[in-house]
Design a protein. Structure first.
Length: 370
C-alpha cells in the first residue's frame, strides 16, 4: 500500500505562498483541497470502523498523515465547515464536543514505560505482524501461543486482548496504537461486514461506494471566504482568470456584458462583468505577470474597451449597412466604406467581421468595388 501525503496547508497559508510566487492554478488548488480533505476523511472512516469511535489521540499519525490533528481541526473549525463536510463527519459519529483538556487527561492515563519496555513491546508486535501477514487479519484467538526466536513460548492471544483493554481504558499510547492499526487490528466488532470488506481493499481508499466522489466543499456557507474574508491578490487573480477561461471555453470570446452573472448551486454568484473590470484594472496598474497577460491574450481579451464597438453596436451597424446597400449602386460603396472608417474607430477584429458581412452582401447583389 502506498504512503499517503501529509495534511494539506490551510487556505491562509496557501494564500501567503501564492503571494510568494507558488506556481499553482486556482483549479489545482481547489482540487488539492478536496483530495486532501477526503484523504483525511478516508482515514477517519477507517479508524471509526475498526475502533467504534472517533476519539483519536491528538498525536496519532497513520501512514504519515496526522489524523489526530486533522480530527481536532474539524472540531475547532465546525462553524466554517460546509454542509457536506458536516454530513460526512456525522455519518461516522463525529465527537464535536470534547472537553478542552480531554487529550491532556488522556495522555496522563496512557501507560508510560522506558525504552527497555518499548523494545520488548515491539518484539511482541512483530509476532502479531507475522500473524497478520500469514492470515490477512489480526483477529487472534485468546488462547493462541507462538514462540519467540529464542524458543520461549509467548501467549500472543492474551497480549492481543491486553492491547484492546488498554485502548478501551484510554491507556494505550498513540505510537503503539498506530503500530497496531498498521496491521488493521480490530478493537470493535460492531461493523464486522465492513471490516471484512476493508481488509480486502488494495488501493488505500477505504470508503464505500456511496461515499466516493462526494464533493466535501459543496454547499459552502456564505460567511466562509478564504483567509477570513481577505483574499490575497494572487489567489483572487488566479480564481478570476479561471472563471474567464471557463467563459471563453463556452462562448469563444470575452465580450462580456458588465451585468452578466451566473448563480451556482451553492448559492454563490459569479459576476463575470465585474471580474473582467477587475482584470483590466490590474493590467493598467501593472500587477499582472507576463504569464497572466499571455494567458488572457490567448483568449483575445480587449484591454481597453473604450472606442471598441460592442457586438450589439456592430450588429446594428451591419443592419444599417445592409439597408443602405439595398438603396445604392456600386459607385457609392467605396464612399460609404471610407465614411465608416472615419466615423467608427472599430477594432481590427470587428473590422474583419464587418468586412466579411459587407462582402457577403456584395456577392448577394453582384456588386464589386471600383
Amino acid at each position: 500500500m502506498k504512503m499517503l501525503t501529509k495534511e494539506s496547508l490551510s487556505y491562509s497559508e496557501y494564500a501567503r505562498q501564492l503571494e510568494n510566487g507558488m506556481n499553482i492554478s486556482y483549479e489545482e488548488f481547489e482540487k488539492q483541497r478536496r483530495d486532501d480533505w477526503m484523504q483525511g476523511y478516508n482515514l477517519a472512516y477507517r479508524f471509526y470502523i475498526f475502533h467504534g469511535t472517533l476519539d483519536v489521540p491528538l498525536d496519532y499519525i497513520i501512514d504519515g498523515f496526522p489524523l489526530g490533528n486533522w480530527i481536532d481541526n474539524q472540531r475547532k473549525q465546525k462553524s466554517a465547515l460546509t454542509v457536506n463536510q458536516k454530513k460526512l463527519l456525522n455519518n461516522i459519529n463525529m465527537l464535536w464536543h470534547l472537553k478542552w483538556n480531554h487529550h491532556k487527561m488522556r495522555a496522563k492515563q496512557e501507560i508510560r514505560f522506558g525504552e527497555e519496555q518499548y523494545v520488548k513491546w515491539i518484539e511482541n508486535w512483530r509476532l502479531a505482524k507475522d500473524f497478520f501477514e500469514e492470515y490477512g487479519h489480526l483477529n487472534i484467538p485468546t488462547n493462541y501461543v507462538v514462540k519467540h526466536e529464542n524458543g520461549k513460548k509467548f501467549h500472543l492471544g492474551a497480549w492481543y486482548q491486553n492491547q484492546k483493554t488498554n485502548f478501551n481504558n484510554g491507556r494505550l499510547p498513540a505510537e503503539r496504537l498506530c503500530k497496531l492499526d498498521m496491521l488493521f487490528m480490530v478493537f470493535d466488532n460492531t461493523n464486522q461486514d465492513e471490516i471484512d470488506r476493508i481488509l480486502n481493499v488494495n488501493d488505500h481508499n477505504f470508503l464505500p461506494d456511496y461515499l466516493k466522489g462526494v464533493d466535501p466543499f459543496k454547499e459552502k456557507p456564505i460567511s466562509v471566504i478564504f483567509n477570513n474574508g481577505h483574499v490575497s491578490h494572487k489567489m483572487r487573480l488566479q480564481r478570476n482568470i479561471s472563471h474567464l477561461k471557463a467563459y471563453f471555453e463556452e462562448y469563444n470570446d470575452l465580450d462580456i456584458p458588465q451585468t452578466y452573472s451566473v448563480s451556482l448551486e451553492d448559492g454563490s454568484v459569479i459576476n463575470f462583468g465585474s471580474i473582467l473590470t477587475y482584470i483590466r484594472k490590474k493590467y493598467r496598474e501593472g500587477k499582472l505577470s507576463d504569464e497572466d497577460i499571455s494567458e488572457l491574450e490567448e483568449m483575445n481579451i480587449v484591454w481597453d474597451p473604450r472606442g471598441v464597438m460592442t457586438k450589439k453596436e456592430l450588429i446594428d451597424l451591419r443592419d444599417s449597412i445592409e439597408l443602405v446597400l439595398e438603396q445604392m449602386d456600386s459607385d457609392s460603396l467605396l464612399e460609404v466604406e471610407t465614411l465608416l472608417e472615419k466615423d467608427y474607430p472599430i477594432s481590427l477584429a470587428d473590422e474583419v467581421e464587418l468586412e466579411y458581412q459587407m462582402l457577403a452582401v456584395r456577392n448577394q447583389k453582384g456588386l464589386t468595388k471600383k
